[in-house]
Design a protein around this ligand. Structure first.
Ligand code: FNR
Length: 375
């Protein structure tokens, strides 16, 4: 690991240096005034640890079992689109890093490598995240994920309409990336990224690249996250009927939405506000975690704002089964490619392990509200 990069924020700052502004803003930005983005971080301050002392923590266990499988850490890589704009073959790099670290990887519908290519070129269990742009297209994607051996379908439900990302609007960010004079200048001052980008080619939304002309419209729709705004519990049940394996609903922040999703056939929920990129004043998922976890008897996963091992441990104390990392691993990817992703994963594993020792809990399995208190 690097001797200069000690935490996720260090990788974020390096990513900012390495990426053209337009690309960094896409990665880093949030909706509207970005109050949701900062809230997702600040909210962790409300919980303090209440450490137990005189406990033997000489041996510690950060492995976590979920859906009958044992993973080497209680966190996973969240689905994110356009990873190829950060580093060529970004999707594959993340998938391989996850397999190496034995943590789940989720491929986004808006990936730059196809469902099939990622499955063929990487080991490890893969989960597929579905954006429902169009019901028929969704059924096709589900079939492709099934045929390619993905074990879990993650349906994202907080994108009925597009979040207002003003950084992206100001930068005129979109695919294909446009060679404006500002972009060219930005490219010249980030030669490493530009060279990789020129050699790797313009990232495409690989799952939509087909011979059909309609795919261009679909690419445009997904870029502006114009999803099927009519998607409801009934639509969810229809997808449930065609997907025979595990199904998770991502983007929930209310107890009854979690309960109804389970009633519609979901095997678990992912509490998320999309990392502050959709509805600015959405509450942070950790604020609702305890109520959801106490009401449903299926796994509860969570994301949005997790940057430290202590954040992850707090969520596990409040009833989460697993935490998803969005920007944390992407900052690693943008800063140093494969090495950066490996480093961020290692750093967070160590961070979780150290936190366990410090709060007097030898295993993530023993975490509970007994270890924390709220201000
Ligand atoms: C995302 N997110 C996301 N979610 C999803 O379901 N499908 C997607 O394609 C994307 N794309 C995407 C791109 C980028 C650049 C970011 C930062 C996020 C949301 C993601 O899965 C996750 O919910 C958040 O990233 C979690 O918040 P943090 O960890 O980034 O704070």
């Amino acid at each position: 690991m690097s001797n200069k990069l000690f935490n996720v924020e260090d990788y974020r700052l390096l990513a900012e240096k390495k990426l053209p502004k337009m690309i960094f803003d896409y990665l880093d930005g949030g909706a509207d005034d970005e109050k949701g983005l900062s809230h997702n971080r600040e909210v962790f301050n409300r919980w303090r640890f209440t450490p137990h002392r005189l406990i033997d923590v000489s041996k510690r266990d950060i492995t976590q079992k979920i859906f009958g499988k044992k993973w080497d850490a209680p966190f996973a890589i969240a689905p994110t689109g356009l990873n190829g704009a950060l580093w060529p073959k970004g999707d594959l790099i993340l998938a391989k890093a996850a397999a190496k670290a034995n943590i789940p990887f989720m491929l986004s519908t808006a990936s730059n490598m196809s469902i099939e290519d990622v499955a063929r070129q990487s080991d490890g269990e893969k989960w597929f995240q579905l954006y429902v742009v169009h019901q028929e297209l969704a059924s096709q994607m589900v079939k492709r994920a099934l045929d390619s051996g993905y074990t879990t379908l993650v349906i994202t439900v907080d994108v009925g309409v597009n979040g207002n990302r003003e950084r992206d609007l100001r930068n005129k960010f979109g695919l294909p990336i446009k060679y404006s004079p500002a972009m060219m200048l930005d490219g010249c001052t980030h030669p490493g990224w530009s060279l990789r980008f020129l050699l790797g080619g313009m990232p495409q939304l690989a799952n939509f690249v087909t011979a059909e002309t309609s795919s261009l419209e679909m690419q445009a729709a997904i870029m502006s996250r114009q999803m099927d705004a009519s998607f409801d519990q009934q639509s969810l049940r229809r997808l449930r009927d065609i997907w025979p394996h595990r199904l998770l609903v991502k983007g929930i922040t209310r107890v009854e939405d979690a309960e109804n999703s389970i009633k519609s056939g979901a095997d678990g929920v992912i509490l998320s506000n999309h990392g502050g990129r959709q509805l600015e004043y959405n509450l942070a998922p950790i604020e609702t975690l305890q109520s959801v976890a106490s009401k449903i008897d299926k796994p509860v996963l969570i994301d949005s704002g997790f940057r430290r091992g202590s954040d992850i441990v707090k969520a596990l104390c409040l009833g989460a089964d697993m935490v998803l990392l969005g920007r944390a691993t992407l900052y690693g990817l943008a800063a140093k490619g494969q090495q950066g992703v490996d480093d961020v994963i290692t750093l967070l594993k160590q961070d979780v392990d150290r936190t366990l020792a410090q709060i007097g809990c030898p295993s993530v399995k023993n975490l509970s509200t007994d270890f924390i208190t709220k201000d």
